[in-house]
Design a protein around this ligand. Structure first.
Ligand code: LIP
Length: 272
């Protein structure tokens, strides 16, 4: 058994435990705190799930590092090194979790030498476990998944998000892109959780997904899952994907990704 095999087995165990918490709490009342603005939420359960994952991994692998949404927002600096690093969103789709909308998930990726080795996205409410290992394909509940065969933007179903930022410049660009895309694609969808949006591309249920302003923890796992499902993950302007750029575009094919990137009005948030 390689080290990564062992890490994968261990993390699945912790992710399942974390999932039990999310499943148990989703329909209960939660006290909500705000972060960057008054619709950017965090609950005690985001913090508890992140702690469970970090404590579990640290107890087995004390030299592993972490980039976690909730530890970062409480002041920890983001630095991606070559050390084994777990990038964690304990509850992606916190807004959905708060409202009891069952599109919420745990998203976790392991990067070694800045290369993603493991990506896991788990929606414990709908019992959807998306997994990928570098070079070994992508799976939903253990069954292989594949992106759609779509190459034409005008026939594509595209996911995007308005996001929680209320910065007028960003909102203007989001709304312009929605207007613009409406006349270029079959349809537009939003699940409220970047990681799940990317998994829908991996599953072939939608053909592309993009967002400006997300963070590394929202997209690190989804990036690998999409690529291992045969899709592409790039920067929304057409260059290579950069997990720290706060910009993501993934699609079923490079042709589709490039068509989408060419028509999008671009937005460049401050990097992670
Ligand atoms: C959310 C992302 C979503 C984005 C929200 C927020 P969180 O992550 O998944 O795509 O639109 O603004 O960043 O905060 O629920 O982990």
């Amino acid at each position: 058994m390689s080290n990564v095999d062992e890490y994968y087995t261990e993390i699945l165990r912790f992710v399942k435990q974390a999932g039990s918490i999310v499943r148990e709490k989703i329909y209960q009342h939660k006290d909500v705190l705000t972060k960057s603005c008054d619709v950017d939420f965090v609950t005690e359960w985001d913090q508890k799930v992140e702690k469970l994952l970090i404590d579990g991994i640290s107890s087995r692998y004390p030299d592993h590092r972490f980039i976690g949404e909730e530890s970062t927002s409480s002041g920890q600096k983001i630095e991606l090194t070559n050390s084994p690093t777990w990038i964690i969103d304990p509850i992606d789709g916190t807004m959905n979790f708060v409202h009891g909308l069952p599109y919420t998930c745990i998203s976790i990726a392991l990067l070694i030498n800045k290369i993603t080795e493991i990506g896991i996205v788990y929606n414990p409410i709908l019992e959807q476990l998306f997994t990928a290992r570098k070079g070994q394909g992508a799976f939903l509940n253990g069954a292989p998944i594949h992106v759609s065969s779509e190459k034409e933007l005008r026939q594509a179903l595209v996911m995007l998000e308005v996001g929680t930022s209320r910065d007028p410049e960003k909102l203007k660009i989001v709304l312009q892109n929605i207007t613009l895309l409406t006349s270029h694609v079959h349809g537009i969808r939003s699940f409220g959780a970047a990681a799940l949006n990317m998994c829908m591309v991996a599953l072939g249920g939608v053909d592309a997904s993009f967002e400006f302003g997300i963070h590394a923890w929202d997209v690190a796992a989804g990036d690998l899952i999409v690529r291992e499902a045969g899709g592409v993950s790039i920067d929304p302007a057409g260059g290579p994907f950069d997990v720290m750029s706060r910009r993501t575009l993934c699609a079923s094919s490079m042709e589709l990704a490039q068509q989408l990137s060419k028509i999008l009005i671009q937005y460049y948030p401050e990097r992670d």
